[in-house]
Design a protein. Structure first.
Length: 179
């Protein structure tokens, strides 16, 4: 059975991006899903001095192992001031020190949502543009604007047009995993 790694790139306990990542992964069939919470991987802020003094934290190695064990990765990126959250960026910085191939050349589905009408498009664009230089595999993306208007825990994505776009991109991602 294929394995999917899913997480919201936020440390918020009420993260709407974690909800979107988990919801998306749960829609996939015939896969085993590992759901991570970034709060379980809190580490010192990355610096070369800390790395030289103490090495790479075991939590970074554990996070990287989850990536290695997966056949595909779903990340929903929270946007703080137009960029990654500090929690995600710190994990990203630490795991990038383990080996150059940060994402292990896995197919990726990058998502973003926010309460606003842009739906985290700024951070999504940053991630797509950055990760394509770190991953030769396919990177797909989807933005869900106005989360509280377009999503509910009971119904999932409520807007039909957005739901269709989400389903289409998820089908493309699923096809990458099963080929």
């Amino acid at each position: 059975m294929k394995k999917i790694l899913s997480f919201g790139a936020s440390s918020s306990k009420q993260s709407i991006n974690k909800q979107l990542a988990y919801y998306t992964a749960d829609l996939m069939s015939n896969v085993e899903v590992t759901k991570l919470d970034l709060n379980d991987f809190e580490m010192p802020i990355y610096s070369i001095d800390k790395e030289n003094d103490n090495g790479i934290p075991d939590l970074a190695k554990q996070f990287k192992q989850h990536i290695k064990d997966a056949d595909g990765i779903i990340i929903s990126l929270a946007e703080h001031n137009g960029a990654y959250t500090t929690a995600f960026k710190n994990i990203f910085d630490w795991i990038s020190r383990i080996e150059k191939d940060v994402w292990d050349n896995k197919p990726m589905l990058l998502l973003a949502t926010s309460p606003g009408a842009r739906g985290g498009q700024s951070v999504l664009e940053i991630a797509v543009n950055k990760f394509k230089f770190m991953n030769d595999n396919t990177i797909l993306d989807f933005s869900l604007p106005s989360f509280f208007d377009h999503f509910s825990a009971e119904e999932g994505i409520k807007d039909e047009e957005l739901k269709t776009k989400h389903t289409d991109i998820l089908n493309k991602f699923s096809a990458l995993i099963t080929k």
